[in-house]
Design a protein around this ligand. Structure first.
Ligand code: NAG
Ligand code: NAG
Ligand code: NAG
Length: 353
């Protein structure tokens, strides 16, 4: 591990040197297009055994596209060089499943800038390139903050975006204020510790509870050594998927992901309805190479999964048995979120999990 770490540090230095010290090929970004699209063909690696692309794979693509457009925008004036770091992902629904062989088309656009943050909206389409059929699979809103390349603890200013309509700025400001409020509220929640239980009963919370430990490597990180938001979301979806599969023992797919705030690993089923289950994922970061730093809470989110038959029809989900008062309370809270989400979806008349 020491040798790997050394190589990693060297690699990081080399790359950041080439980024910051060499003259840039073009010095002007004034012609920066305000949207970008990424297309990628979905491979077996990206999917589960039934051929459904993992929600986490899609989340990772969304975050990559957002980081590119965000970083490009934040460097569009000749100020201090910076990288756009993911601060928040708003709740996103997986509207239809994507399959191996389809092309994922991720389109991003900068929709609002505040003094220190950038809002990026993303649409994901799945395209069957043989028939030309296209389906909207996700809509997501991400917030990034620009961190200085020289000192990643320093948040830089964001160049203002040019709006094509004046209302766009007003609407954006409202979204900015709403998310800021919500972000402060969620700071108070969370922070559970998951205790393992010996020989738990089937269908209880403890039965499917799982944790995943992942050693962060160079391929998970930005050139400046912090983990890509997309990598974290992919891991969160992976562990939530394990929990859902343990609970249902069927093919399960991600139906939605609640808002994630990245503040600075583990997770559990909190609630099941007849057709869906909600799984809470907690991410702890443990700086193993620096004993002066304590383990810290990095992010948390609720994922919703549905269970599918071999024909792709939705199956009933086994009822969850909350064993303790605390788990019962969480179950009731989950039910509240479920009913709220259902009401919202009916309002939008979109497919529901
Ligand atoms: C960069 O943009 C500025 C103003 O937008 C312009 O005056 C300057 O000539 C441009 N430089 C290059 C190298 O294109
Ligand atoms: C991606 O989808 C958008 C919206 O349907 C479309 O306008 C764009 O051409 C697509 N991009 C590519 C590279 O296929
Ligand atoms: C769930 O299933 C039970 C029994 O089949 C039924 O009574 C109940 O109304 C269902 N709940 C919802 C929310 O559909």
């Amino acid at each position: 591990p020491a040798a790997t770490h050394g190589t990693f540090m060297l690699w990081r230095q080399l790359l950041s040197l080439s980024l910051t010290n060499q003259p840039l090929l073009t010095s002007n970004f004034s012609s920066t297009p305000s949207t970008i699209q990424i297309c990628q063909i979905m491979q077996p690696d990206d999917a589960n055994v039934a051929g459904n692309v993992h929600g986490g794979t899609i989340l990772k693509m969304i975050e990559e596209a957002g980081a590119i457009i965000g970083t490009r925008h934040c460097n569009s004036q000749n100020g201090e060089r910076c990288v756009a770091a993911l601060a928040r992902v708003q709740c996103t629904d997986f509207l239809s499943p994507m399959c191996i062989g389809e092309v994922a088309n991720v389109s991003t656009e900068i929709t609002y800038t505040s003094k220190h943050s950038v809002e990026v909206q993303v649409n994901v389409f799945s395209e069957n390139i043989f028939t030309g059929t296209k389906k909207l699979t996700n809509k997501a809103t991400l917030w990034y903050v620009p961190l200085s390349l020289k000192n990643v603890d320093k948040v830089l200013k964001v160049p203002p975006v040019v709006y094509s309509r004046q209302e766009q700025e007003e609407e954006g400001r409202k979204r900015y204020k709403d998310q800021k409020l919500e972000r402060m509220e969620t700071k108070w929640r969370n922070g559970d510790i998951v205790q393992p239980v010996l020989n738990p009963e089937p269908n209880t919370v403890s039965y499917s509870q799982s944790s995943l430990i992942h050693l962060v490597g160079p391929s998970d990180c930005t050139l400046h050594g912090f983990v890509h938001g997309g990598v974290t979301m992919k891991l969160m979806d992976k562990i939530a998927g394990i929990v859902a599969a343990r609970h249902c023992k069927t093919n399960i797919i991600t139906a939605s992901m609640d808002t994630i705030n990245f503040h600075d690993k583990i997770r559990k089923v909190t609630f099941t309805s007849n057709k869906s289950m909600e799984i809470k994922v907690l991410v702890d970061a443990d700086p193993i190479e620096d004993s002066s730093q304590k383990r810290y809470w990095a992010a948390s989110a609720f994922f919703t999964y549905v269970s599918l038959s071999q024909e792709g029809r939705s199956l009933p989900v086994p009822h969850l048995v909350p064993e303790t008062e605390d788990k019962k309370k969480r179950f009731e809270e989950g039910k509240g979120r479920y009913l709220q989400m259902k009401a919202k979806q009916q309002g939008r008349a979109e497919p529901q999990p």
